[in-house]
Design a protein around this ligand. Sequence first.
Ligand SMILES: Cc1cc2nc3c(=O)[nH]c(=O)nc-3n(C[C@H](O)[C@H](O)[C@H](O)COP(=O)(O)O)c2cc1C
Length: 223
Amino acid sequence: MKALFVNASPRKNWNTFKMLESAMKGAGDSGAETKLIHLYDYNFKGCVSCFACKLKNAKTQGLCAYRDDLRPVLEEALNSDIVVIGSPIYFSYPTGMMRSFLERFIFPIMSYSFGPDGKRLSAIDRKIYSAVIYTMNCPEDLAAKIHYPEYLEPNANAMQTVLGYCETLCAYNTYQFANYDRYEANMFDEKKKAEHREKVFPEDLKKAYELGARLVAKAKAHE
Ligand SMILES: Cc1cc2nc3c(=O)[nH]c(=O)nc-3n(C[C@H](O)[C@H](O)[C@H](O)COP(=O)(O)O)c2cc1C
């Protein structure tokens, strides 16, 4: 069983990566063959609307036809049983890199046609067990108040619809800088941030670990 973890944060060893790493450990400990890639290492665009994947008798079979750095990653994602994407929140939304990846990954799988049984067709005849992990500066109560769940829901909905399964996990109130003293940022209370990092972030990492393990269990059971 293959599980791919996609880091859509430009930072390679920070909050989003750590959540993904923990989910990857959970999946690995449950028997999956795991791999993590950093999206910012790849030079790629979002969907260019060529519609090669929507042609009658399309040869793409769920794989984006556009050839650039991302194509091998998309091929790996399509051949995986589990795909987990991690992204920081930038101005209330996932990063542009995550959105560009998603466009290229799920649009070719999605069909605009219904089959004879009235069900939506798909380029794949199995589920890809997917999840999105978000990390954000915002505390959980404020995130709810300023409608982050509503902004983020469409991403998971699209993945659920096209891939057949999707979960969302959020880590709030993340520690943003290596040294707060060096930055112009007096709206944050560094002590409270550090306390959250010590007490709550390990719980978030545990949730990520459990998410990885749960995805493997679900994929094994074809739930
Ligand atoms: C350009 C930019 C925009 C951001 N916008 C938001 C935001 O709208 N809401 C929020 O809660 N955090 C925001 N953040 C903070 C990050 O989401 C947060 O620090 C995240 O955990 C960073 O992930 P990383 O540690 O993996 O880089 C922003 C950070 C950057 C660099």
